[in-house]
Design a protein around this ligand. Structure first.
Ligand SMILES: C[S@@+](CC[C@H](N)C(=O)[O-])C[C@H]1O[C@@H](n2cnc3c(N)ncnc32)[C@H](O)[C@@H]1O
Length: 207
């Protein structure tokens, strides 16, 4: 099985437990806390890449400044869960992060929460995000930094073995040559001091 198929089947086997796992480990609280600090960048039409069961997309759709949220993911099964939560502002589309089916400059903000480590090609995915985001928009990347499996169950350790070691520094290295610079950068504790959710907001710097 290719790594891509292994990632897909790992998430599909986990779909039913995903939301409760994220709640239990404190990820949901950390993600909502981070989004709260990012409100000024979240407006208009927003793309959520690797949306999974859609709780980031759903939270974004709850913001008055956000008019429409499109969530993409490779897993139809995860998207099925996302559609159950969806309000009229949310749409979910099966797509690979490395090949986003949207025109250039078509979103005011692009978010990607806990996605980078799972992509077959994180650099290609980040370049796609930069293409579809308007030049005056924002790309927001959130990453579970630190040892994902420390202190967690055997099942999670096996799951974490599949994750690539991609950090926000890697994202910065890909986006900087394209003119996108991290203008805000912060971390939020997840469930233990080892588990940190790191967030970076990228804006286009002209000239
Ligand atoms: C850890 S989940 C994150 C889901 C959601 N963003 C969240 O914060 O809960 C990672 C998601 O990435 C998706 N994924 C993995 N590789 C992908 C790819 N190449 N393109 C799009 N989605 C992908 C998986 O199907 C899974 O739903």
């Amino acid at each position: 099985m290719t790594r891509e198929n292994e990632v897909l089947s790992a998430f599909e086997a986990f779909t039913g437990d995903y939301d409760s796992f994220m709640e239990r480990t404190g990820h949901v609280k950390a993600i909502y806390g981070s989004l709260d600090r990012l409100r000024k960048f979240l407006k208009g039409r927003v793309l959520d890449v690797a949306t999974g069961t859609g709780f980031v997309a759903h939270e974004l759709a709850g913001l008055g400044t956000v008019k429409e949220v499109i969530g993409v993911d490779i897993s139809e099964k995860m998207l099925l869960e996302a559609r159950k939560k969806a309000s009229r502002k949310e749409k979910f589309v099966r797509a690979e992060a490395e090949q986003l089916p949207f025109p250039d400059n078509s979103f005011d903000a692009v978010t990607c929460c806990l996605g980078l480590a799972w992509f077959a090609d994180h650099a290609k995915a980040l370049k796609e995000m930069a293409s579809v985001c308007r030049e005056d928009g924002a790309i927001i990347v959130m990453q579970d930094d630190g040892p994902m499996c420390v202190g967690r169950s055997e099942g999670m350790k096996r799951f974490a073995d599949l994750a690539a070691a991609v950090t926000l520094s890697d994202a910065k290295a890909v986006l900087k040559p394209l003119g996108w610079h991290a203008v805000s950068d912060f971390t939020v504790k997840i469930d233990t001091p080892q588990h940190i959710l790191a967030t970076a907001v990228f804006r286009m710097v002209m000239g």
